[in-house]
Ligand binder design. Sequence first.
Ligand code: SF4
Length: 314
Amino acid sequence: MKVLRARVLGFCMGVRRAMDMAVSEARLLPDAGGPGPGIFTIGPLIHNPQALEVLSARGISVLDEDKLPSGLEGAVLIVRAHGITPGLEESLRKRGGRLVDATCPHVRSSQMKAKQLAGSGYHVFLAGERRHGEIIGIQGYVEQGYGERGAACPASSCTVVAGVEEAEEAARLLRERQGDLPCALLAQTTISPEEYEKIGGAIRNYFPSLMIVNTICGATRDRQEALRELCAGVEAVIIAGGRESANTRRLLAIARNSGVPAWLVETQADLPEEIWNYAVVGLSAGASTPDSIIMDIERALTFSPLPGKKPECV
Ligand code: SF4
């Protein structure tokens, strides 16, 4: 079987940086995982079970931010690429932990922009998933922005909208209740540019002077475009990545919408029987898929003896 890789796939800069920082901390504390304060990530560092197993083997555990222990003296606490709220950061410091900030620089930039806009009196719209860590973190910075100009943060200072219809309705209600206001729109870094443009248009129907800030990260778009190109030249596609990873699932949907049969696999053991019927298979991977997983899957596909025949090693 011939395997063609997408020209861009796998770890994005922010995830690679967060993984490297976590692994470096584990190296600095060789006894991590044994008795003692240990190393923790605030929530899972990435949405990939195999990568989390690797971290766990190095003594890095996951801390549930909703169930923080009262004392974390001496513990190393790694903030993941999505970032956290300033309130949670303070709470972790108060418990005695040493924070290692692996917030992606793109996300950090969104946080700072949101804080600055809130501090200047803007109502902030956030386009993205309400329960996503990145959006929750940015909301925290809006509150901090209000606080720094000496104003209590009103409950309505920040509106999260998941799609165009929600944006239209939220903007209509805000206009009815509060009249014309200075408003700004920021996006979750992984939103699609087309969706973001439509959301901006819906809000502008009610707030024509809306400031739209481009906070979209190119990493997601690059992987999606590379996959579309790949789909044009292969018979089937394998997407490597965690089933819980939203950007990986999105890649699967793009491949299927391109009209080629496609499967999402977490490891080579998940490769479907049907894949051995194809002679040219494309390979892409989500932004949280480690290189080692991609290579294992590529190797398993490449060493299939003939189309229609499953290799011994898988
Ligand atoms: S997708 Fe972009 S914003 Fe998100 S972690 Fe990766 S590089 Fe950072």
